[in-house]
Write a new protein. Structure first.
Length: 101
């Protein structure tokens, strides 16, 4: 019985790990874009601009669509990033999620 439970847990863990590699890959792709396009204003860890701390609860509570819209269209003093392809925007959103405190 114990071996059966261990097998179930091991199987579920393997499934969970295999379900999320694309997020990890997206976040890695987003990291390079972030460093090139965003870090100069937002800081390496996303906390340079206090009012727009990408690590904080307000930014992390935004939906992926809202973050993508801000990245694409800009907001306030942040300029639009119209040159980014949709997959780059998706990767940036995935990377911003990794900055969570």
């Amino acid at each position: 019985m114990k071996n059966a439970n261990i097998r179930v847990v091991a199987t579920l863990t393997a499934i969970a790990v295999m379900s999320f590699p694309s997020l990890s890959a997206q976040a890695q792709d987003g990291s390079a874009t972030y460093k090139a396009k965003c870090a100069m204003c937002h800081g390496a860890d996303g906390s340079k601009i206090t009012a727009h701390d990408l690590q904080g609860a307000a930014a992390q509570a935004m939906s992926d669509a809202d973050l993508a819209a801000i990245i694409t269209s800009g907001k306030g003093k942040m300029p639009a990033s119209k040159s980014l392809k949709p997959d780059q925007v998706t990767a940036l959103v995935a990377y911003v999620r990794t900055l969570k405190k």
